[in-house]
Design a protein around this ligand. Sequence first.
Ligand code: PLP
Length: 406
Amino acid sequence: MTQSARYDAFVAKRVSIDMTRGKPAPDQLDLSQALIDEAGTAGYRSRDGIDCRNYGHLLGLPEARELGGVLLGLPASQVVVAGNSSLELMHDAMAFAMLFGVPDGEPWRKLDDVAFLCSVPGYDRHFAICEALGIRMIAVPMREDGPDMDFVAAQAASDAAIKGIWCTPLYSNPTGTIYSDAVINRLASMPTAAPDFRVFCDDAYRFHHLTERRHASADVVAACVAAGHPERALVFASLSKATFAGGGIAFLAASPRNIDWWQRHLSVRTIGPDKLNQLRHVRFIRDQANLARLMDRHRALLRPKFEAVLTTFDALLGGVPDVWWTRPAGGYFISLYTPKGLARRTVALAQLAGIVLTPAGAAFPYRVDPEDSHLRIAPSFPTLAEIELAAEGIALALLRAIETRE
Ligand code: PLP
């Protein structure tokens, strides 16, 4: 059968598979079922005798902050434990900076122009925050070891409107990039025209390895301290994809001054976080080794899905000119690159074949991929059988797009 006939035969199968978002699958969520089944046994009294049913402890339950400190490699005093979402913390940090300014800076809203550096392709929800707050986005090409630092350093040094950069240092969404130590050290040490420049470091995939090797990226908070810019880094992380996506706990880690700043503005926003969920998580996760075991179980479920996509792409797309894809060692995504101008058409053809993909361009500021060549593949949520089918459908859709291009 020709490739074209294979695409038509695939369409005739009338499959229906949603590959739009990087959500954990139900069997991954089952791994943390004890958080629900044993919720009562965690009780409501913390180790220190705190009644977690009541208000208070704005920066998080002390033992949850300790756990966060262990997991993030920082003193507990520099870690805030919050509600269920690190994205919420990123949004609030950006909103606080706009409204009130960061330590030593004026409110960003007072400036005519505020800009952020965004490596592309990147995480669409980072870009949505910038767009919602009127922050101009400057696309930065992503290299193999992180953002193009010559470009970043030149921009940051020359334009005081640039107040920061979005970073996902380990297993970036969607490229799977692992930032090198050199990139992190340069982010920490580069001179910036804006004195209140911030590295928004989204460590969402810090624990999410797809291979036996547990990669790590350099400690950006320590690098900033060493470089004489102690307030530059704000680090965000969560257990959303360790326990429950939407029911985990989130962390913010930063310098003591940034934590004071956060506390000041947070105290207007809330009387305290959900300490009951924090207590349950402390009792369930316990320590780094136990979390690593849980993440190994996630890996056992996720890795076959990634391998299925890669094996199918190798078989159907290997050697096709200008087509290539990433082989991530962690995280939730594979980036698939089509010849220029064919990403949107591939998404449309995949949709005709019953496979819904993230819209082409979604991983770019303002949803515009100037080359129209990037597709974000999210293999986590569908079943393995569905993923095997979807990978074939996506590859056949891309081949059809190439064959019928004008
Ligand atoms: N950051 C990145 C890079 C993500 O990919 C995601 C979810 O897909 C999030 C943050 C969301 O994190 P949370 O659930 O802690 O809000």
